[in-house]
Design a protein around this ligand. Structure first.
Ligand code: NI
Length: 193
């Protein structure tokens, strides 16, 4: 594919990150081209996952390239993903290419099973634990307009919102609207490291 050029990232405060993304009707060449560009963007930015809204496209597509000591490498595009099973709970550190400079401990399911279409439009099912399970949940949240900050307790969140105002990249994006602090499922999260 000719068009695997890195795309500009959208940052926290950009409304596209808050939209619920549209399902993909069929996996066309246009979708495959987007996937190629998203891999290029993810590698340029040195991330392990990237969702389409982060490059300004409000469609249900994300890419990951994840490997850790518990997980064999998974490099994969996901179209119209859904979590069909989840179990356990685990807290671990997350960051986001759309919120650079901010990291926090986030509670997630320890194990998930995800069903999706691949870049050829073929359905597949993936069972995940560890970093892979965390990445899948983070990216699927993006498709629903949810960011990891929404899953923090109100005090941690307020601290990180203040830090973001100091460290955010220069963009034209407005300040993020404040949301109710009861959005996430973690009320007693430890302060971020
Ligand atoms: Ni992210």
């Amino acid at each position: 594919m000719a068009s695997n050029q890195a795309l500009p990232l959208r940052f926290y405060g950009d409304p596209v990150l808050r939209r619920k993304a549209d399902a993909v009707g069929s996996v066309t060449d246009d979708v495959r081209s987007l996937i190629e560009s998203m891999f290029a963007t993810m590698y340029t930015e040195e991330g392990v996952g990237l969702a389409a809204p982060q490059v300004g496209r409000s469609v249900r597509v994300f890419v990951i390239d994840v490997e850790d000591e518990e997980t064999p490498r998974v490099k994969q595009a996901f179209v119209n993903p859904t979590i069909v099973e989840r179990s356990g709970e685990v807290v671990g550190e997350e960051g986001c290419l759309s919120i650079p400079g901010i990291r926090a401990d986030v509670k997630r399911s320890a194990r998930v099973v995800v069903e999706a279409l691949d870049a050829d439009g073929a359905p597949f099912r993936l069972e995940a634990e560890g970093l892979l399970a965390r990445a899948l949940q983070h990216e699927i949240d993006h498709l629903d307009g949810v960011l990891f900050l929404d899953r923090l307790g109100p005090i941690t969140r307020r601290l990180l919102e203040a830090k973001w105002k100091r460290v955010r990249p220069e963009t034209d994006a407005p300040d993020p609207p404040s949301r109710s602090p009861d959005r996430g499922d973690t009320s007693g999260a430890a302060p971020s490291r």
